[in-house]
Each structure stands twice: as C-alpha cells, then as structure tokens.
Design a protein around this ligand. Structure first.
Ligand code: APR
Length: 230
C-alpha cells in the first residue's frame, strides 16, 4: 500500500533543544543582535560587514549543534510515511537527522549567493568576509530570505500542504507570513497536529490535536498517534 503523505511545517522551536535560540523567545534580540540591523535588505545596504558577522556567528552555532530526538523521530517516520518537511529554519538539523525531503522556506545557513544574481548559489562551511566574490564578480551574501523579501519557495510549499494526507506543525509561533498562512491550505478533513511548548494561535481547524509540550517531549507522543493512522 502506498505510504500516506505526512507534511510537516517546522520552526525554530524544533531546534531549541539542540541549543539554537528561537527568535521570539529572546526579547527581539537574536543572540544580542537587533533583527532590523542584521536581517533586512536595508541592513545589508547599510552595514554588510555586520550582517556577515551575524550569519558567520550563527553558522558556527549551527555547526556545533546536533539534531535532537524530534528531528530524529521525523526522520524515522519516513519508514512509515512519505514525509515532506517544510521548514522555516535555516539550520540543517533535519537533513543531518536523515530527513530526505526538506524544503527550506527561509534559506539555508550553509549556502551563500551572489548579491546580484540569485541563481549563483554556493555551499559554504566557514566565514564569509567583505570582498568574497561570486563568479559574476559580485559580493557574496547569505542565502537567506530576509524580512521584507519575497519567499520564492512558498508556491511549492502550498502545493505540498494541499496534497497532504496528514499535516503537522512543530515549534513555530505562526506569526511570520507567508509561512504562517500554510496552515490554512491543509485539506479540511485530514488529521492535523500541533506540537509546541506554547500552542500558537490558528484559525479554527477541523480534526486538530494539540500537544502542548516541548519538541522532544511531544514528538514521541505524536509518533504513537501517527502510527495508529498510518
Ligand atoms: N519545543 C517546542 N516548541 C518550542 C520550544 C521547544 N523546546 N521552544 C520554543 N518553542 C516554540 C515557541 O513556543 C514558539 O511557538 O517555538 C516557537 C518559536 O517561535 P519563533 O521564535 O517565532 O520561530 P519561528 O516561528 O520559526 O519564526 C519564523 O521568523 O525569526 C524569523 O525568519 C525567521 O524563520 C523564522 C521566522
């Protein structure tokens, strides 16, 4: 029998127990940086060195982090489901846990691209400095979707959510659009689950189970529920 399609929307909360700080749990300061100074196109124009420093710092943090049990359970679920992950996270912890299908809505910390040609994308492990150039001679910038920028992968994500047999949300405050709007594309009748240490607000959803626990506490419980409906 074909596996059911389990579509997952994940956010910073799934990586919190790996030691990566979420944004909205940290008083508007991200590791001590004001978001408007480091994660907008205006910030990049004003002070690109500061923006690079911020992402260099975050890249080192992610490198030192390990996937936690919630990432691992999602990878294990591939044995029973066609698991499709849509993540707002720029870390690679889903992939390192073994998840095969991961769509990064907000970009990836281990990629850089030309600031003038978005199709020139490069893998990057270490730090990036002012003067590091892409093949078109332009400065390299983080391959990140900043606030106020369009989200190129949103249409793909919408199609995935529309085609889900089961939909789950883990570790996101659902306040940043368009990602937050994905919830409303899930077919109305399918089973839906939210795991979060503080369940976020959604429009009323039919067939929704809320698990108000941290990701590593909630995912083992959710796995049991999912195996009952596989
Ligand atoms: N387990 C489960 N959920 C947790 C945990 C945990 N250990 N710790 C925090 N959370 C939950 C919080 O309750 C909150 O609902 O994770 C969510 C984190 O919310 P945000 O910090 O707003 O993260 P996210 O929703 O991913 O942010 C969306 O905004 O910061 C920008 O572009 C960035 O992709 C990001 C987007």
């Amino acid at each position: 029998m074909a596996k059911k399609k389990l579509v997952v929307l994940s956010g910073a909360g799934i990586s919190a127990e790996s030691g990566l700080k979420t944004f909205r749990d940290s008083d508007g300061l991200w590791e001590g940086y004001d978001i408007h100074e480091v994660a907008t196109p205006t910030a990049w124009k004003r002070n690109p060195a500061l923006v690079l420093e911020f992402y260099n710092f975050r890249r080192r943090n992610v490198k030192d982090a390990l996937p936690n049990q919630a990432h691992h359970i999602l990878a294990d679920l591939q044995e029973h489901f066609d698991v499709q992950i849509v993540t707002q996270n720029i870390d690679d912890l889903h992939e390192r846990a073994g998840s095969k299908n991961v769509l990064h809505l907000h970009g990836e910390i281990f990629k850089m691209r030309s600031e003038t040609n978005e199709s020139l994308v490069y893998p990057i492990e270490g730090d990036i400095q002012i003067g590091d150039k892409a093949d078109d001679g332009a400065q390299l910038r983080p391959h990140i979707v900043w606030f106020e920028e369009p989200v190129p992968m949103i249409e793909n994500a919408i199609q995935l959510v529309k085609s889900a047999d089961i939909f789950m949300v883990v570790g996101t405050s659902l306040v940043v659009y368009p990602a937050a709007g994905l919830v409303d594309y899930a077919p109305w009748q399918i089973p839906k689950f939210i795991v979060d240490k503080k369940i976020p607000y959604t429009s009323p959803l039919y067939n929704l189970t809320k698990i108000e626990k941290t990701a590593t506490e909630g995912m083992p419980l959710l796995k049991e529920l999912l195996l009952d409906i596989k």
